[in-house]
Write a protein that binds this ligand. Structure first.
Ligand SMILES: *[C@@H]1O[C@H](CO)[C@@H](O)[C@H](O)[C@H]1NC(C)=O
Length: 122
């Protein structure tokens, strides 16, 4: 089955970022996951690896605290893609990405995703 490539938009914040920690995979093959950064932290690193054998991906994340900022008004998006359709999402300019939900369907051998974003305020 065809697995579409995964595209990420990377935004560089001109802010100091502290206390990232070592990451490990949050899901096993074909498993759903829901990952949320601790309060006041934002996602700073996303890694994903694909297996042709499993026709699936595993993910790992890191979070960090942006000095003197807090996260407010956090909301989950609806599903951002359908099974076997492209995921194409840009986090709104005034928000940061702090969480990710993903579930797998064996029939489609694909995933659909939701994301958690927040405002960043002083
Ligand atoms: C989040 O940041 C705000 C503002 O700095 C602070 O008042 C609050 O205690 C923090 N919450 C946590 C759980 O760190």
């Amino acid at each position: 089955m065809f697995s579409p490539p995964l595209a990420f938009v990377v935004v560089t914040l001109a802010l100091t970022c502290n206390s990232a920690w070592a990451a490990s995979f949050v899901n096993n093959w074909d498993e759903k996951f829901k990952y949320e950064c601790p309060t006041n932290q934002t996602l700073s690193y996303v890694y994903s690896t694909h297996s042709n054998h499993h026709e699936d991906r595993r993910w790992m994340f890191k979070c960090c605290h942006i000095e003197s900022y807090k996260t407010t008004g956090c909301e989950w998006t609806p599903y951002l893609n359908s099974f076997d359709h492209v995921l194409n999402y840009a986090v709104p300019e005034d928000r940061v990405l702090i969480g990710w939900f993903s579930e797998h369907k064996n029939k489609a051998e694909d995933r659909r995703h939701r994301m958690l974003t927040c405002n960043l305020s002083k």
